[in-house]
Ligand binder design. Structure first.
Ligand code: DGL
Length: 281
C-alpha cells in the first residue's frame, strides 16, 4: 500500500498493552474522548513484559502494533510503560518511516513527564515502575531533556504487577510490599513532592500507596494526562484526526482466551466487554 492511499483510510484508534493493565489508560482515554472508535489489544498470552529483554519487548510490541495497523488503526497508543520505554523509539524511528509512513505510534512516558514537570515544586520526583522500565532509563532521559532542573528517583517494584494480577491487593503481603517500596523511595529523598505511577497496574494499588506516602506528596495516575495529550495531539494533527472513526465503538482483542480476558478485565475496566482472540506473529 502506498503512503498516500494509507493516509486516506479510516479506522479506530489502537491501544496496545502487554495485557489487561492498559485498560486503566484506555478507560481515561474513552472518558475524555468518547466519540472515537477504539481497538484495544492486550498481549495477555505473553504478559508480563516487565522483566523481559529489550529485544523481546521490541519484537512483541511491533507485532502488536502491526496487528492494530492491520485492523485499520491510523494511530496506536502504547498504554504499556514497558513497551513505551523499550520499543517506542525504535518503532517511531525505524519501522514507521520504512513500512508505515502514514501511521503514528505514541507512548505514555512523555505526557506523564510533562505533567509531573509542571506539578513539582521541590523539583524532586519519584517513580514506581517495572524493572524493565526503570532499567531502560527512558523516564530519566525524558526528564533530562524536558526538565533538567529536576531530580528523578526511580524504584522498581517487581512484585506489584503479580499482586494486582492475582487479585491480592487487599492482603497483608500487598501491604508489606507496597510499604517496603514506598519507604525505600521516600528514604532516598524526603523532599520528593510528586510520584508517578509508571505502570498500568499501579492505579489498582493506589489506596494502599496513598496510605504510606506522606500526605503532601502528589501521586500521578497516567490515564488522565495521556488522554489529555491525545486530545491535544488530535487537535494539532487534523490530518490524523480525520482518519479516526467516530462512532463510539470499541473492540477488545487478546492473544489469550477471550473468556479469561473478559473475566479479569472487570478489575481494570468498569464496563462489561466482549473480547476476541487473535494470534500475533
Ligand atoms: N503494562 C506493563 C507496564 O505498564 C505492566 C505489566 C507488564 O509487566 O507487562 O509497564
Amino acid at each position: 500500500m502506498s503512503a498516500r492511499s494509507e493516509t486516506e483510510s479510516k479506522g479506530p484508534i489502537g491501544i496496545f498493552d502487554s495485557g489487561l493493565g492498559g485498560l486503566t489508560v484506555f478507560h481515561a482515554i474513552r472518558a475524555r474522548l468518547p466519540q472515537y472508535d477504539y481497538c484495544y489489544l492486550g498481549d495477555t498470552a505473553r504478559t508480563p513484559y516487565g522483566s523481559r529483554s529489550f529485544d523481546i519487548i521490541y519484537r512483541y510490541t511491533l507485532q502488536g502494533v502491526r496487528a492494530l495497523f492491520a485492523q485499520g488503526c491510523p494511530l496506536v497508543i502504547l498504554a504499556c510503560n514497558t513497551a513505551s520505554a523499550k520499543a517506542l523509539r525504535s518503532i517511531q524511528q525505524k519501522d514507521l518511516p520504512r513500512h508505515f509512513p502514514g501511521r503514528r505510534v505514541l507512548g505514555v512516558i512523555r505526557p506523564s513527564v510533562e505533567l509531573v514537570g509542571r506539578l513539582s515544586q521541590s523539583r524532586k520526583v519519584g517513580l514506581f515502575a517495572t524493572a524493565g522500565t526503570v532499567r531502560s532509563e527512558s523516564y530519566a532521559l525524558e526528564f533530562r531533556r524536558l526538565y533538567p532542573d529536576l531530580t528523578l528517583h526511580q524504584e522498581a517494584c517487581p512484585m506489584w504487577v503479580p499482586l494486582v494480577e492475582n487479585n491480592e491487593t487487599g492482603t497483608v503481603a500487598a501491604e508489606f510490599l507496597v510499604r517496603r517500596h514506598v519507604d525505600a523511595l521516600m528514604d532516598r529523598d524526603p523532599d520528593i513532592d510528586t510520584i508517578i505511577l509508571a505502570c498500568t497496574h499501579y492505579p489498582l494499588l493506589l489506596p494502599l500507596i496513598r496510605l504510606y506516602v506522606p500526605g503532601n506528596v502528589q501521586i500521578v495516575n497516567q490515564g488522565p494526562p495521556v488522554a489529555e495529550r491525545l486530545e491535544d495531539y488530535l487537535l494539532r494533527h487534523p490530518e490524523m484526526e480525520r482518519q479516526c472513526l467516530k462512532n463510539s465503538r470499541r473492540r477488545f482483542l487478546t492473544t489469550g482466551t477471550a473468556e479469561e480476558f473478559e473475566s479479569l478485565a472487570a478489575a481494570f475496566f468498569p464496563e462489561p466487554l466482549n473480547a476476541e482472540q487473535i494470534e500475533l506473529g
